[in-house]
Design a protein around this ligand. Structure first.
Ligand code: DGJ
Length: 532
């Protein structure tokens, strides 16, 4: 049977965007390499086997402008060719990260001929002087970067359109100004003091009903003007908005040139502000695709298919939900590894993401064969058909629980579902450090739950006098989408509390599901109810 290799694309399927590879939804069990690893094939020869052992199906790897175009107009395809060949040989998909004009704000990855010519490729000027960040207003850099990126994408098409090893591309990396909120060079000052561009204010006016609350706060909060200077239009957000717009326009031009050669899905990633202790723009890269700049990015960069967060902080779900708005496809290119990462990956899947990618995958995993990331990737692979279906139907939810956050509740499939950190029934000590659950509502009164270290109880969504009990429960596994039951679970395996009377006041029978094994497991349950 010949396999179809249509171009990878994002497709809206019900409630979510899924990444389609070979016309099938694809969940990117990804990892991002450390910055310098992919520059050496010899170095990578030790890395590929680890990625395979960890069950990755996708790797995010740097392609730097510096190595790609060592002299203006002369391209060196060896790095991308080797990566594609080796990824293919290991049955892993490749997501090149185009470290072009910017990487984490700075312009460290531009070729020497760009670094050395600051007349042509003007730097950003902060209040303290020039920094080695090319100005996002610089047209020469935009044109040169776009030309190089187009050459890269054209080459990828040539060598990969039959196989489709490359499935999407990140354009630049964590852009934004560090050390100030915007470029203050003379050229930039002139633009900043002129009117905010019509294209932007038209977008804001035309999409008013869909704007995010942060955009409304910045724009309407300053008076909602459509004919003012940047300061008049965006008030105290003006400097950051100015940067966001110019980065977005620059990155869009690069992406457009690349897509004209080969239109793979393209995305940008954000170095996030610390949402708990907010910093000033410039303490994090100012003008990057942050949650409160998303509408400006959408207006300025229509060739970018999605904005993605690099989430290293512990409030993973809270941050991800900021990117799960306004129809933004969900993917996390950089995040934590190990147990915390595994819990994040499961939560991301339950929130509709099509992939997750711990950073530094080749050096930050203690056990590539059966560590937490490998385990969660095996789990996700096993439940994939169910996962895609329930993501599309919107009949899925998830939670992470741990010391300090022992319980989470949500309503799904007509029940209140309580996810707790798994406990000893008698003492009641906690039996896991952290737990995660993916809950899928599979039919009336029925759920499939995949998880680790949790206990799951069920109650009516609002107190009604109904008490919810476990009708039947079983563990099992999916083999190619078909359910093979294991033990029928009852008795000690489902009794969580014996104070039945008190529990019934909460609509519960004291029973629930327990995920006690050292590895993630899957259980199915059918509930019944009676009147208290
Ligand atoms: C975020 C950057 O995008 C990555 O390239 C890398 O430098 C990590 N930070 C390091 O934690």
């Amino acid at each position: 049977m010949s396999q179809s290799h249509t171009i990878p694309r994002l497709e809206r399927r019900g409630a979510v965007w899924q990444l389609m590879v070979d016309d099938q939804p694809f969940w990117a069990r990804a990892g991002e390499l450390n910055n310098s690893s992919a520059s050496s094939r010899a170095f990578m020869s030790e890395v590929w086997p680890k990625l395979v052992r960890a069950r990755l199906n996708t790797v995010l790897a740097v392609i730097s402008w510096d190595m790609f175009e060592p002299e203006e107009g002369r391209y060196d395809f060896s790095n991308i060719d080797e990566l594609i060949e080796d990824a293919r040989a290991n049955h892993i998909k490749l997501v090149p990260l185009w470290f072009g004009t910017w990487k984490n704000g700075a312009s460290h990855y531009v070729p020497y001929w760009v670094k050395a010519d600051q007349q042509r490729f003007a730097l950003t000027r902060t209040l303290m002087g020039n920094i080695d960040t090319i100005s996002p207003l610089n047209e020469a850099a935009k044109a040169a970067d776009a030309k190089a990126f187009a050459a890269l994408m054209g080459h990828i098409r040539e060598v990969d359109e039959k196989e489709r090893t490359v499935i999407m591309v990140q354009v630049e990396n964590e852009v934004g100004v560090l050390g100030d909120a915007r470029d203050r060079s003379e050229a930039a000052e002139r633009v900043f003091n002129a009117k905010a561009p019509r294209e932007l204010t038209d977008y804001l006016t035309g999409n008013h009903a869909r704007l995010l609350p942060e955009t409304l706060e910045a724009w309407q909060g300053a008076g909602g003007r459509t004919d003012g200077t940047w300061r008049e239009t965006f008030g105290r957000f003006a400097d950051e908005a100015f940067s966001a717009w110019h980065y977005a326009r620059f990155v869009d031009a690069v992406a457009a040139a690349g897509k004209a050669e080969y239109p793979l899905p393209m995305f940008v990633n954000a170095w996030l502000p610390n949402y708990r202790n907010p910093l000033f723009p410039g303490e994090y890269p100012s003008g990057g695709p942050n949650a409160h700049m998303q509408d400006i990015w959408r207006a300025g960069a229509p060739n970018i298919d999605f904005l993605s967060p690099d989430i290293y902080s512990t409030n993973f779900g809270e941050i991800l939900s900021k990117y799960n708005r306004a129809g933004n496809p969900l993917f996390i290119p950089e995040a934590r590894p190990e147990l915390e990462g595994a819990a994040n990956a499961a939560l991301a899947a339950s929130m509709g993401a099509f992939g997750y990618s711990p950073f530094g995958i080749e050096s930050r995993i203690a056990d590539y064969d059966n560590g937490p990331i490998t385990q969660v990737y095996k789990l996700i692979e096993e439940i994939e058909p169910e996962l895609f279906k329930h993501q599309a139907e919107g009949t899925i939810a998830g939670a992470i629980v741990e010391q300090g956050h022992l319980e989470e509740r949500f309503v799904l499939g007509g029940y209140e579902i309580v996810i707790g950190l798994v406990q000893d029934r008698n003492t009641p000590a906690y039996l896991a450090e952290k737990g995660y659950a993916i809950v899928m509502s599979t039919g009336p009164d029925s759920f499939t739950i995949a998880g680790l270290g949790v206990q799951v109880t069920f109650a009516p969504p609002v107190p009604s006098g109904d008490v919810i009990g476990i009708g039947t429960a079983e563990e099992g596994r999916f083999d190619d989408g078909a359910w093979t039951p294991g033990r029928r679970l009852n008795g000690d395996e489902i009794v969580l509390h014996r104070n039945f009377g008190k529990r019934s006041l909460e609509g519960q029978t004291g029973t629930g599901l327990r995920f006690l094994k050292a590895e993630p497991e899957i259980q199915r349950v059918r509930l019944y109810s009676f009147k208290r």
